[in-house]
Design a protein around this ligand. Structure first.
Ligand code: BTN
Length: 243
């Protein structure tokens, strides 16, 4: 895959969208930034990443082989691809925190922000934005954040981590097909952070809920056992996993 390196940009997801509008590329392209000045995260959060210490990139991928209603499969597949890449780099205790935080040793080391460019109601091109904390060693005010260096004690070459992750992303993107959704969901559930553990969630009214994470539905809703034998299903707007 072609890799375009930029020294600084607001957000590689924004730059990828501009690239698409200028070039209408039909082949996948990766945009990798040394520094993001306005990085974006899930739920409207910002993604703060020290310049030159971490990996921030977006893959612009035309015509992904997933249906619009299978967006969760796409994000689950990308999460799994990142985990495979990190496993190759000998990072241990990797999990996916619902919906798609990358966890190592129970701490968040990366995240995914997928934004689609629609074409006649289907995903024309997908923008897969990925941030992985690599060599940063302090995260002031973010007690649950970590990096590859902190969890492994090793320093990494950022371009190498990018190559390994990209190879796994290309593989999963080529292998998406009708019929392998169940396989992806099963693999995702195997990696689901705190599965079968009692967890505490914050609800939109700021109250708390305790329950056992049981798995996900095919559309990516979280199944939580809230009382003996009673399972409720939540979407992302309805709850936030605290611990
Ligand atoms: C999350 O909140 O967990 C998702 C974080 C996604 C961050 C990446 S960094 C590269 C790309 N550009 C952005 O502005 N965000 C994504």
């Amino acid at each position: 895959m072609r890799i375009i390196k930029v020294s600084a940009t607001e957000s590689t997801n924004i730059l990828a969208r501009e690239w698409y509008h200028l070039n209408r590329n039909t082949a996948p392209v990766c945009i990798h930034a040394f520094e993001q000045t306005l990085g974006r995260g899930q739920r409207g959060a910002s993604w703060i990443s020290n310049a030159g210490e971490n990996l921030t990139f977006s893959v612009l991928y035309p015509k992904p082989k997933v249906k619009i209603q299978d967006q969760f499969i796409l994000s689950a597949g990308i999460g799994l691809a990142i985990l495979l890449g990190l496993k190759e780099l000998k990072i241990n205790n990797l999990k996916l925190k619902w919906p798609n935080d990358i966890m190592a040793a129970n701490l968040k080391i990366g995240g995914i922000l997928i934004e689609n460019i629609l074409n006649n109601g289907s995903i024309g091109t997908t923008i897969i934005g990925i941030g992985v904390n690599i060599n940063q060693i302090s995260f002031p005010g973010l007690p649950k954040a970590s990096s590859l260096k902190l969890v492994s004690g090793r320093t990494f070459e950022i371009a190498h981590v990018l190559d390994v992750i990209l190879k796994n992303i290309e593989r999963i993107m080529q292998n998406f097909s009708e019929g392998n959704e169940d396989d992806i969901l099963a693999k995702y559930e195997e990696k689901l952070f705190r599965k079968n553990k009692v967890s505490t969630f914050q609800l939109p009214d700021d109250s708390f809920l305790t329950g056992i994470i049981k798995g996900i539905t095919s559309t990516g809703l979280l199944k939580v056992e809230v009382e003996d034998g009673i399972i409720r299903i939540f979407d992302l707007k309805e709850l936030k996993l605290l611990f």
